[in-house]
Design a protein around this ligand. Structure first.
Ligand SMILES: [Zn+2]
Length: 181
């Protein structure tokens, strides 16, 4: 069990902006990265995805928890890994909810494709070719962005779409606009 420290944007912005390199060989090191990503994500129950650069490993490895939508409710499932993911199809851009473990407490509405076809290697090192729709496409797109140093704040179109949450005097959760300094 190796829970790694997640790099926060407030302290590690240069590192999070680096472009990660492709994994040349699927070996023990890659398996360990996947395991560490899973252990770290498991320690953050609110997280639905994590990219290797967020634990300070500049390699093209991501994990995410594909969800199932039932009665309009999206629930995250067990984490799966993608190594050297390549987006080969992207369409159906829409606004949706976004957040990131490198920005605790910060949320936003970003515009991302809601249909994605991705090739790469699965966590056993086998070539894979997957189609993701709806919020799963949003999550996978967010994680692959990390490999190129792109963060969800870059996908915000209007400053008022970035917010934190707090409770007002009536006990309702309200959005408070936030500016990244
Ligand atoms: Zn993120």
């Amino acid at each position: 069990m190796a829970v790694r420290k997640i790099l926060l944007y407030s302290e590690h912005r240069e590192t999070l902006r680096e472009k990660s390199g492709a994994v040349p060989l699927f070996n023990r090191t890659v398996r360990r990265i996947i395991r560490d990503l899973k252990d770290t994500l498991q320690a953050h129950s609110e997280g639905i995805g994590l990219a290797a650069p967020q634990i300070n490993i500049q390699k093209r490895v991501v994990i995410f928890r594909p969800g199932l939508e039932t009665d309009g409710e999206w629930r995250a499932g067990l984490p799966v890994a993608l190594v050297n993911p390549e987006i080969v199809e992207a369409s159906g851009k829409r606004r949706d909810f976004d957040g990131c473990l490198s920005f605790p407490g910060l949320y936003g509405e970003t515009t991302r494709p809601h249909h994605l076809r991705v090739t790469g290697l699965d966590e056993a090192g086998r070539p894979c070719d997957h189609v993701y729709d709806g919020f799963n496409a949003v999550v996978v797109h967010h994680e692959i962005d990390h490999l190129d140093g792109i963060l969800f704040i870059d996908r915000i179109e209007n400053p008022q779409d970035l917010y934190t949450l707090r409770r007002n005097e009536q006990g309702d959760t309200i959005r408070v606009p936030f500016t990244v300094g």
